[in-house]
Structure formats: C-alpha cells, structure tokens
Write a protein that binds this ligand. Structure first.
Ligand SMILES: Nc1ncnc2c1ncn2[C@@H]1O[C@H](COP(=O)(O)OP(=O)(O)OP(=O)(O)O)[C@@H](O)[C@H]1O
Length: 695
C-alpha cells in the first residue's frame, strides 16, 4: 500500500466513520433533523443522500472508471511529474511486495529442508537477502509515492479553487441573482471543491489497494490456484463492514449539514466582535447559548447513535472475518495434510493471505470513498461548466477553455480586439427603450426607459424606493444586458463590446459598497491599473503622504478621505480590518468617504453616484455635491439620490416610477409641472422650513 493518508480509522472516511453518523441507511436522518428543527429547510445536499443510499457495489463498479478518469485528468493537469511518480512508484511497490512474498518461499523451503540447522540457515540466507532487499525497496517506493502524492494534493486544490473563482467572478451578474445558481455555487464551494483532492487521493488508494491485492493474489496463484478464492473469502467481511460503516457516517454527515451550519452561525455570532455590544445591551446571551445547545445536543445524540451502529457493523464484520479465517486455515491444513502443498508454500500462503486481506479491505473501502467523493466532485464540475457557460461570450475573444486549462484567461481585461471598442471619451450615451427583468422575477424592473447623457452633464435619477434607479444605472454600466432596447455609447451598442471594455470607462460609487479588508490605499486604488503592477496594486509608498501617488491624494481630498487617513496610525498603509493585529475599523461615514475616493480615483469618463452620501455628515455631503455640481473634474455624472436639494443643479432630472420615466426636465421645469418630483421636493423642503407642508 503506498501513498495515502491512513484509510480505515484515520482517513477522511474513517474519521467520519468514527465520529459521524447518519440516522439511517435510507437517509431518514435528514427527515428527523427537519422535524426536530422545522425552521431548517432540508438542504439540497440531501439530493445526494438517496442516490448514495441506493447505490450498490455493482453501480459503483460501473461508474467508478469515469470517476477515476476524472481524478486522473485533474491530477495530470495539476502536475504531470507528480502524477507519473505517484502511479509508477505505487506500481513498483506492488511488484516488490509480490517479489518479497515469493522470495519468502525460498527462505521457508530452505529452513524446512532436512539437515543440520546451521546448514539450513546458511541455505536460507540468499533468499533472506532477497526478502530484505524487496522489503527495503518497497518501503522506499512507498515513501516516494507518498511524497509525490502529498505534493500533488495542494496543486489539485489550487487548480480547482482557481477554476471556480475565475468562473464565478467572470459569470454574468444576472447569474448571481439566480437562486439555483447560488445554490449550486454553495454546494460546489463548500463540498465539491473539498472533494477534488479527496477524489485524487482515493483514486490513488484504489490503485494502491488493487496493486497490493494483485501482488498477493498473483503470489497465491503461483503457489496454488485454490488459495486465491480462499483469500477473497477472508477479506470480504471486513470490506463489507468498512463500506457499511463509511456509508452510515456519510449519510449522517449529510443529515446533519443544516444543524451543524446553524450551530456554526450561532457560534460566530457569539464570538465576533461586531455583535458583542448588541448581545450585551439586549441581554441576548442566554437565548444564544440555549439555541446553540439545542443544536449541539441534537448533533451529539445523532453521533452517539452512529457510533453504536458503526460498532455493531464492525463487530459483525470482525466475527464473520474470524469465521472465514478459520475456514481458510482449516482448508490450508487439509491441503497440507493431503500433501497438496508443501509446508514452505503453506507458510508463504499464510503471509500472502494476510497481505491480501489488508489490501482487499482497503480496496473496497477506497472504492466506496472514491465513488462518494466523485459524486461531490461531479457537483463541482457541473457548477463550473454552468458558470463558464454564463460568462458573456464577448469576454472570451481567445476562446479559452477553463476545463482543460485552469490558467485559461476567462476574465481577460485585454481581450477586446474582436469586438467593438468604446471611444476613450464619449460625446453621448443613449438609453433607447430599455426593458429589463431580473432572472426569476415576474415583473420587469425597467419598462421602455429612454434617456440621453451628453459629455460633461450631470444627470439625476430620482424616484421612490424600488422605482428602478439602481437597475437603470447598472444597465448603463454594462452590468446587465437589457431584454429589449439598447444602450449606445457614441452609437456603439454595449452588447457588442466586451463588458470589461465598458467597465473600464465607468466608475460606480455604489449604494452598497464593500468594506474591503485591505489597506486604506488599496481601498482607493483597487481595480485601476496604476504605476505599480497594472493590476490595481500601485507601487508601495511610504506610510505618510509625502511620497504618495498624487492621484490617490487628489481622490482622497475630493472625498474627504484624506481626513480619515490622517487619523490612521499608519496612514495609507493602515489595514482596515480589525481581525488582524494593527488593523483599524472605520465609522460608516468614513468608509463611505473611502468608497467615494475609489470612484474619483478611477478616472473614468462616466461617474455613477448611487446614493453616495447616505452615511456622510452634513459638511462632507455638501462638499461632495458641490464637487458633483462642478462636474467632478469634467466627468459626466449620473447621480441617484433621495436628497433632492442636491439635484436642483443637475442639467436634467429623470423621475422614475415602477420602472418608467414619468417626468423629465430641469428643476425649474419639474417644479412648474407640479408632478411627483415637485411633491417629493416640497415634502423634503418643508422639513427644513418653519411652516408645515401644505396638505
Ligand atoms: N437582484 C435583484 N433581483 C430581483 N429583483 C431585484 C433585484 N434588485 C432589484 N430588484 C427589484 O427591481 C426593482 C427596482 O429596484 P432598484 O434597486 O433598481 O430600485 P431603486 O429605485 O434603486 O430603489 P432604492 O431607492 O430603494 O434604492 C425593485 O422592485 C426590486 O425589488
């Protein structure tokens, strides 16, 4: 047996086997979890439960070659050299196992022959040297195979992780609005990805078990053909027990998925800093502890039940094995007595049977594990294929195939040659009769919207919550493709341009921006190729502002982020993540200033500001709107805000309702019209005037 983590007992399955536990073979454990905790929906992983519970050894044997082929392909792509070394050293180890066993016959024959003992020992020495040499070589090959396999696994992990993240970040944004896609992603990421190195490991285990088995069987076949079926007889009960035990563990693990996840979530809530104040001020501690214990107690009960059932299976297997071994040794004794085999051959046969028993039990167990992991790996593969199919084709001008080469550039920023190009600066953006419906939604969020932005204008979108403002800005930024109608930049339709090309020309200060757990500088510069390395990681500068990139300084000044950074211990180099030593935390408004600085730093001709001031104090808000009013250094601005005082100076205002533009014009025209805009504006204005609003 060569390179592998210890299987029964210490391998992944063994760990699960001991710890884990399914309620019942038919997956009834999942139903009992659901009935104990009705708030937990039955997890979709359980889709696999029934499939596995119904899988017999024959189905497994039929499907196994394709799982092994997938594992081999994966290992081959991860590292050809390590794959070749793993397989060939395991094979060599098997050859020397057989060689050692056969050489043992020579030793025993010499020892059991007639004559004085010193002479017999002398005669046995050459064969003994062969046995020792074979054992040493086998150990060396096994160690080498183990080393190659240990090298292989991290490379496989890297390969599968990269493929999933490359596909997920390149997939069309609508994919991430699709609940089925998100569900598949969760399964692929939390279980399928883990299965990849395991599938490779267990495939090697299958190979190792098969080689060990072949070595023992070959030896027995050479010694006497009847010995081979005897070997199978002794190994079967143990193999059966290990498969049964692993499967019970697997089903229990599946049945407990939601319970364990819920327990983890509660545990996180109890230990994470950001919840600490609320837990105390709302005296939530007893509630959380009780809730946690409810799930923990259920899990413990299920696992204890599993331990009982697994012990039962093991004892049954051991008893059957004892009976089978007695039968085999009885048969061997009979053959000896009848003179069918000489004593030396019988001695070697005992050794070969023991070797074969271990290999066969390991082989059966590895087949079971490999098949199990193969199911989850199948989920991973299916997700990646789905995600890759949802990468806009116009992103892939070089037709990369991430399935055959994970380094394939699925998110290439430079691949725009085959498609339309946008002008570096534009004169006019037209939205023509655009309709858009989110995947899975019944009603469209935009219905026949048309508008126009000319270079250097400030255009405002206003309207009540859910009227479609953010959706429209995303369609204009090339994040969503309209179902009908089109968006044209100087006459070039965005659907004919690689999305990366559009995104390069747009800076979005989003409503729900991210608190990037990076340094203050990276929070501003991320995503824009800069003097550093072209990937948004500018050259390192000092902690102070003395030698800071002038563009970073300008963007920070424009947003008020410079004041935030001035208060940080390490200036722009301060890590904004309290989870790490020396990390700082910012207030909501301070984070928003950084998000605005990021938008300004991007230096794109179109700046989309979606509720950019929700968390800002009055002074910072005033400064920002002043800056937008003066066209933010010549950019064209699409401003979305509920602060209507700040849209008064916009060149044009579009009022949306239920996904349609219902009013448009400048402030004066819309006030004169006396429609929705005038109503909303007067309502807000009245809050600042002494007089109550007119009814
Ligand atoms: N990811 C999504 N999936 C499905 N529907 C969505 C999604 N995002 C928004 N919607 C729906 O689209 C409609 C328009 O939403 P949108 O966010 O564009 O409104 P908004 O005018 O920006 O609202 P607010 O002023 O609250 O920010 C709403 O009915 C909303 O429920």
């Amino acid at each position: 047996m060569g390179a592998r983590r210890e299987r029964r007992g210490e391998g992944e399955g063994g760990r699960r086997g001991r710890r884990g536990p399914g309620k019942r073979r038919d997956g009834r454990g999942s139903r009992s979890a659901a009935s104990a905790f009705p708030e937990l929906s039955v997890h979709s992983w359980h889709a696999r439960t029934g499939e596995l519970a119904e899988t017999g050894m024959r189905t497994m044997a039929r499907r196994l070659p394709s799982v092994i082929a997938q594992a081999a392909g994966l290992a081959w792509r991860a590292s050809r050299a390590d794959s070749i070394v793993t397989v060939s050293l395991n094979l060599l180890a098997g050859v020397f196992t057989a060689f050692g066993l056969l050489a043992t016959t020579g030793v025993l024959t010499a020892l059991f022959s007639g004559g004085p003992t010193p002479g017999r020992v002398r005669d046995a020495l050459p064969s003994l040297a062969l046995v020792a040499g074979a054992a040493a070589l086998r150990a060396g090959f096994q160690a080498g195979a183990g080393w190659a396999q240990a090298r292989l696994e991290p490379q496989v992990e890297r390969l599968v992780e990269l493929r999933l993240y490359e596909a997920t970040t390149a997939a069309h944004l609508t994919a991430l609005d699709d609940s089925d896609f998100l569900d598949e992603l969760k399964r692929a990421r939390s279980r399928g990805m883990l299965a990849a190195p395991r599938v490779v490991r267990t495939a090697v285990d299958v190979l190792t078990g098969a080689v060990g088995m072949a070595a023992a069987a070959g030896t027995l076949g050479v010694l006497h053909p009847l010995l081979l079926p005897l070997l199978l007889l002794t190994a079967l009960p143990e193999g059966w027990a290990s498969v049964r035990s692993a499967r019970m563990g697997y089903l229990t693990e599946l049945a407990l998925v939601e319970v364990v996840r819920r327990k983890w979530i509660l545990a996180d809530l109890m230990v994470e800093r950001r919840h600490a104040a609320e837990i105390r001020s709302f005296t939530m501690r007893p509630f959380l502890l009780e809730e946690y214990d409810r799930f923990a107690a259920y899990q413990r009960a299920v696992e204890l039940d599993l331990a009982r059932r697994q012990t039962l299976a093991k004892v049954t297997g051991d008893m059957l094995k004892g009976v089978a071994t007695a039968v085999v040794y009885g048969a061997l004794g009979l053959m000896l007595w009848q003179g069918a085999v000489p004593l030396a051959v019988a001695g070697t046969a005992v050794l070969a049977i023991r070797t074969g028993q271990t290999s066969l039990a390991n082989l059966v167990f590895a087949v079971n594990q490999c098949y199990e992991e193969g199911l989850y790996f199948g989920d991973y593969l299916a997700f990646c294929e789905n995600a890759e199919a949802r990468i806009p084709r116009r992103s892939l001008s070089h037709g990369s195939d991430a399935d055959t080469d994970v380094d394939a550039d699925v998110d290439t920023d430079a691949d725009t040659d085959d498609h339309g190009r946008l002008p570096d600066d534009f004169a006019r953006i037209q939205v023509k009769d655009v309709t858009f419906t989110y995947p899975g939604s019944e009603a469209p969020s935009l219905r026949g919207v048309s508008l126009e932005l000319r270079k250097g204008e400030v255009i405002a979108l206003v309207g009540e919550n859910g009227s479609g403002k953010t959706t429209l800005s995303r369609v204009m930024a090339g994040l969503y493709d309209p179902d009908d109608g089109e968006v044209l930049w100087d006459g070039v339709p965005l659907t004919g341009v690689a999305p990366q090309e559009v995104w390069r020309h747009v800076a979005v200060i989003a409503q729900d921006y991210t608190h990037w757990p990076m340094t203050a500088r990276q929070n501003i510069t991320m995503g824009r190729a800069a003097a550093g390395d072209g990937a948004g990681r500018p050259a390192a500068t000092g902690a102070g502002t003395g030698d800071e990139d002038p563009d970073v300084l300008a963007a920070a000044r424009a947003s008020g982020a410079d004041e935030v950074v001035a208060g940080l211990a390490r200036g722009y180099d301060t890590l904004l993540d309290r989870r790490f030593q020396g990390g700082a935390e910012l207030s909501g408004g301070q984070w928003q200033r950084l998000a605005i600085a990021r938008g300004f730093y991007r230096d794109a001709p179109l700046l989309i500001c979606d509720e950019p001031t929700a968390a800002l104090d009055a002074r910072a808000e005033h400064l920002l709107f002043e800056r937008i009013r003066t066209h933010a250094d010549g950019r064209t601005v699409l401003l979305i805000t509920h602060r209507l005082a700040s849209v008064r100076h916009a060149d044009r205002i579009h009022v949306l309702k239920h996904g349609r533009v219902i009013e448009e014009g400048d402030h004066g025209a819309l006030m004169a019209r006396g429609g929705l805009y005038a109503e909303l504006y007067s309502l807000q204005a009245s809050a600042y005037s002494a007089e109550p609003p007119a009814p």
